[in-house]
Design a protein around this ligand. Structure first.
Ligand SMILES: Nc1ncnc2c1ncn2[C@@H]1O[C@H](COP(=O)(O)OP(=O)(O)OP(=O)(O)O)[C@@H](O)[C@H]1O
Ligand SMILES: [Mg+2]
Length: 236
């Protein structure tokens, strides 16, 4: 049984005009799964659908043996899922620590303290900057704050939308190795990425979405080696 599955999802931002036209994807416990594809393919939309942010017109979303189709983001969070959106994923006027504490909003005080310690161990630069306004940090460090906030409740599954967007290659590489570390600590990861080749290389499996539909899927390494995928979606 999969940790998360989208089964024939037809969905959009309103009651009509679907953006996803029957998307299927699943993620098993322990996996890193990447969603890649061109701009406007519906990658972020698929992720938002999984987090309860969309109108589902057709299809089912399941977590384990539970049907969560139509459930609110809050109830998805309570099932152990965290979401790091593509943009506006931190509160720039709050300090690093205040941002992280917001991620522990549903947790008891003692868990928040332990959570902060866990995050500062995982992202050492954040410990030094904990009393600084997040808006003053570099792009890479802001992304660490966003990921740290999502990791505060120690989620079973983290949904990461373009964690390396706008980062230098060196910082992007660092974020990918952090994703591997997060996964090694027991959190499954579903990630959308523009740096498709690197994302697929660290993923157990990947999906290529085009025009709101599944186009290719398979083990990350196989997709990277696939000629059509490489030529069409990975820049040759
Ligand atoms: N809030 C919104 N309201 C209405 N339509 C939207 C909204 N967000 C996205 N769309 C539309 O949904 C389609 C898919 O967008 P989506 O953001 O899912 O693409 P994406 O694959 O994540 O692209 P990108 O690589 O640019 O992030 C696009 O046509 C977009 O214009
Ligand atoms: Mg997107």
């Amino acid at each position: 049984m999969s940790l998360l599955s989208l089964e024939g999802i037809v969905a959009g931002y309103g009651p009509d005009v679907p953006i996803l036209h029957g998307v299927n994807l699943h993620l098993d416990a322990g996996e890193i799964v990447a969603i890649v594809g061109p701009n406007g393919a519906g990658k972020s939309t698929a992720m938002k659908a999984a987090f309860g942010l969309l109108n589902i017109h057709e299809g089912r979303i399941r977590m384990g043996d539970e049907d969560v189709t139509g459930k609110s983001p809050e109830s998805i969070v309570r099932k152990g899922v965290s979401f790091v959106p593509q943009t506006e994923n931190i509160f720039p006027s709050l300090t690093v620590q205040e941002n992280l504490e917001l991620g522990g909003y549903f947790s008891p005080r003692s868990h928040v303290r332990a959570g902060l310690e866990r995050i500062y161990t995982l992202f050492p630069p954040l410990r030094d900057k904990r009393y600084q306004k997040s808006g003053c940090l570099s792009g890479g460090q802001r992304q660490m704050v966003a990921m740290g906030r999502a990791l505060m409740p120690d989620p079973t599954l983290m949904l990461l939308d373009e964690p390396t967007a706008g980062l230098s290659p060196k910082y992007a590489e660092e974020i990918f190795s952090l994703v591997l570390g997060i996964n090694a600590n027991g959190t499954s990861v579903l990630m959308v990425e523009q740096n498709a080749r690197q994302a697929l290389m660290i993923s157990n499996r990947g999906y290529v979405l085009v025009d709101g539909r599944n186009r290719h899927e398979g083990p990350g390494n196989d997709l990277v080696r696939d000629r059509e995928v490489a030529e069409m979606f990975l820049g040759g």
